[in-house]
Design a protein around this ligand. Structure first.
Ligand SMILES: Nc1nc2c(ncn2[C@@H]2O[C@H](COP(=O)(O)OP(=O)(O)OP(=O)(O)O)[C@@H](O)[C@H]2O)c(=O)[nH]1
Length: 404
């Protein structure tokens, strides 16, 4: 009898051990290929969206697995690699980003500090009294020096010459008024500068951010997330810059500060198109307002990298239309920046320009030349390295800053 009891106890213990092992196995098996960064209380987190990327169907034209693909997001961990991913500590307190409203006005001093040479120089020249040929040439040189471009400069100077001749005055206030009006016409206040950030037909808006290395793409994506969080949008970030080792960490940190989740791969050199695909998929599942996808910097004259960008675009489009392609340009690069813009526009349909580092250059005229070259508006401007130093572009505040 006692023997039988012991037998039953042994069987019960055995069953418990087997059951326990099964449960542990199941939990471990949930480790995703693409991992989602710290989630916000706003958009819900991994609890709301368990195992983002687990069941992500790889895009149909995703590369077949090969040795080169060993780091791609749809590849299982190599033997010896930990299956589970390190836990990311949730950020205890979320930052409250500064309101996007009127940011350019608030940051105006930064813009005018570096660009005052343009406004002040022009006003000094035009109010000088007798305006001879040499004076007009100086006006032209000042404008061209600000990267306004020859065509826009000629237009502006022709108008001003006519106004001065007709009115016969060089009174400073009058001349300032003309200059303001003419510059504003060139900047074109009628262009639609809204960034796609609201759900479209029951899905999140998708924003792709592109540009050459070091222009400020990752920083811009982080700052843009803050602008949108300040507007109460639910944002998801996609770290498809898998080329630069620290880029995904950098982006995840930006997002975590304001409670925005980041979809990323843990392996450098993973397939950026697959990460972008997973990010858009996660955004849809989380019912986010907008998914912003950061991409690796690429030289515009490197054909292979530009092809890769075309692939990122095509793979995203298998899942969702892309509503916005923001091209990030460094305002200090002048004509070279314009050449980059042209090449990018051939590969992806650029819908808006972000001009960064306008705080460090007297070349504010680039706003006009890049808009003319591409026929798309400058939508955002970077005016410093601080987290809230990205402003929606406001033509009036911009021109006023130039003439400060
Ligand atoms: N002064 C100033 N610096 C900026 C601005 N925007 C970005 N930066 C700085 O530019 C540098 C490059 O920024 P990143 O965001 O890393 O550039 P990236 O384009 O993502 O770089 P890659 O990933 O290498 O292509 C950083 O030091 C930023 O702080 C701006 O508006 N003003």
């Amino acid at each position: 009898m006692i023997d039988q009891l012991w037998e039953w106890i042994a069987i019960a213990v055995g069953l418990l051990v087997v059951f326990g092992a099964l449960v542990v196995g199941l939990v471990r098996g949930r480790g995703g290929r693409t991992r989602q960064g710290p989630a916000s209380g706003r958009t819900g987190g991994t609890d709301v969206l368990p195992g983002v990327g687990d069941d992500a169907t790889p895009p149909r034209d995703a590369p077949k697995r090969s040795v080169e693909d060993a780091g791609s997001v749809d590849t299982l961990p190599a033997p010896g690699q930990p299956e589970t991913l390190p836990e990311v500590e949730p950020t205890p307190t979320l930052e409250r980003p500064a309101s996007a409203q009127g940011r350019l006005t608030r940051l105006r001093a930064r813009l005018s500090r570096s660009n005052s040479a343009l406004g002040k120089g022009l006003l000094a020249l035009l109010s000088r009294g007798r305006l001879d040929e040499a004076a007009w040439e100086e006006v032209e040189d000042t404008l061209i020096g600000s990267d306004l471009g020859v065509e826009a400069t000629t237009e502006l100077v022709d108008r001003l010459r006519t106004q001065v001749a007709v009115e016969g005055t060089t009174d400073e206030a009058t001349v300032r008024g003309w200059l303001r009006e003419d510059l504003l016409r060139l900047v074109d206040p009628t262009m639609d500068r809204a960034v796609a950030s609201s759900r479209v037909e029951g899905r999140p808006a998708v924003v792709l951010v592109v540009g050459v290395n070091g222009t400020g793409k990752t920083t811009t994506v982080g700052k843009l997330a803050r602008v949108l969080v300040a507007e109460d949008k639910d944002v998801v970030l996609g770290a498809a810059d898998t080329f630069r080792a620290a880029a995904a960490d950098q982006l995840e940190t930006w997002g975590a500060r304001v409670g925005v989740p980041t979809v990323r791969s843990d392996r450098d050199g993973a397939d950026p198109a697959a990460v972008a695909f997973d990010a858009v998929k996660a955004g849809a599942e989380m019912e986010a307002d907008v998914v912003i996808v950061d991409t690796a910097g690429r030289l515009h004259n490197k054909v292979g990298l530009m092809d890769e960008l075309g692939k990122v675009k095509r793979v995203i489009e298998k899942q969702s239309p892309i509503d916005e392609v923001l091209l990030v340009l460094d305002a200090t690069t002048g004509q070279n920046g314009l050449r980059q813009a042209e090449v990018f526009a051939q590969v992806v349909d650029v819908t808006g320009i972000v001009l960064t580092k306008l705080d460090g250059t007297a070349k504010g005229g680039i706003v006009v030349s890049v808009q003319r070259k591409l026929g798309v508006p400058v939508k955002l401007v970077g005016l410093g390295e601080g987290p809230d130093d990205l402003a929606p572009f406001d033509p009036e505040a911009f021109v006023d800053a130039l003439l400060d």
